[in-house]
Design a protein around this ligand. Structure first.
Ligand code: A3P
Ligand code: MG
Length: 280
């Protein structure tokens, strides 16, 4: 298939039925008390992670066999591709702990990285039929997407454009991990004045920022590139940014660090992040 992976819109439209299929497989397992195993790093994995990743890898190999893919489960089994300027990052089920707890806060994540930065992202929460996808480097949308084993091609998705504009007059709000909270993040929240704080599992937090329903997501617990690349692409496209504590951009493709990220702060608005950093 001839495909220009720099066409973010084309990639987004291609990704939606794939997400539906992957989501349908995940939901079949979700509703039948999945067996939980533990990887070498003691993180949990279920058949949903493995089956979903298989579907996505197969689809990516048909779409763009020349672009390397770094995928969470394949990498944990030792399958590390040679990284180039452009590569895909796949986390088939982000928020596996939430999947096991059955609170719905888990996502399918596909991202494209170019020159060390995520330029495309798809985050899909099948339990909520809630999908966020970039259709351009400055265009992010939300779309209701029901898990489906055999989705029909759709020319007419009801895309809701999202941006980091704060709706109404709500208070400045932080959002943090449900299962991986740290004292450092709590200290950060106190330092910025102790705003109200939402808790949520998985990369859905980036969707909440990108749609303007929270302002800052401080993350001091460990993450890997596949956990956050799609979410960062969304936040970037909606007018926000993801920075290290020192205010530097996050770099992707950190092979020597096994794709581990430093602590970071994701911001709903780039200008607010810059103002806060200047005030420090
Ligand atoms: N000790 C650790 N090392 C690396 N990543 C970790 C980690 N603890 C949690 N994570 C990452 O945090 C993700 C969950 O994010 P959150 O806390 O925002 O829900 C996990 O995604 P998976 O569920 O895909 O493994 C996992 O990758
Ligand atoms: Mg993950």
């Amino acid at each position: 298939m001839s495909f220009d992976a720099s066409d973010i819109r084309e990639l987004g439209l291609w990704g939606l039925p794939l997400a539906q299929r992957a989501g349908a497989v995940i939901m079949d397992i979700y509703t039948t008390s999945p067996e939980v195993r533990y990887k070498a790093d003691r993180s949990p994995v279920t058949d949903a992670d493995v089956a979903c990743e298989h579907i996505i890898l197969k689809a990516l190999s048909r779409l763009a066999a020349d672009i390397p893919v770094v995928a969470e489960e394949a990498l944990s089994c030792g399958a590390a591709p040679k990284i180039e300027d452009r590569f895909f990052l796949v986390d088939p089920v982000d928020g596996t702990k939430e999947f096991i707890r059955a609170n719905g806060e888990f996502t399918v994540n596909i991202a494209l990285v170019e020159n060390h930065a995520p330029v495309f992202g798809l985050v899909y929460a099948p339990a909520f039929s809630d999908c966020y996808v970039t259709l351009g480097t400055d265009r992010a949308v939300r779309v209701k997407l029901v898990p489906d084993h055999h989705p029909e091609p759709r020319p007419d998705y009801a895309f809701e454009p999202i941006s980091g504009e704060r709706p109404g007059s709500r208070d400045f709000t932080a959002i943090v991990s449900r299962s991986n909270q740290t004292p450092e993040a709590e200290r950060f929240i106190r330092r910025i004045g102790g705003p109200p704080c939402m808790r949520m599992g998985s990369s859905l937090k980036f969707g909440v920022l990108a749609r303007g329903d929270a302002d800052v997501y401080p993350r001091f617990a460990p993450t890997s590139e596949w956990d956050i690349a799609a979410g960062q692409a969304l936040v970037n496209a909606a007018g926000g940014c993801v920075l290290t504590e020192a205010g530097a951009p996050l770099a992707y493709g950190k092979v020597d660090r096994h794709f581990a990220n430093p602590s970071f702060i994701a911001w709903r608005r780039r200008d607010e992040a810059e103002a806060m950093l200047r005030a420090e």
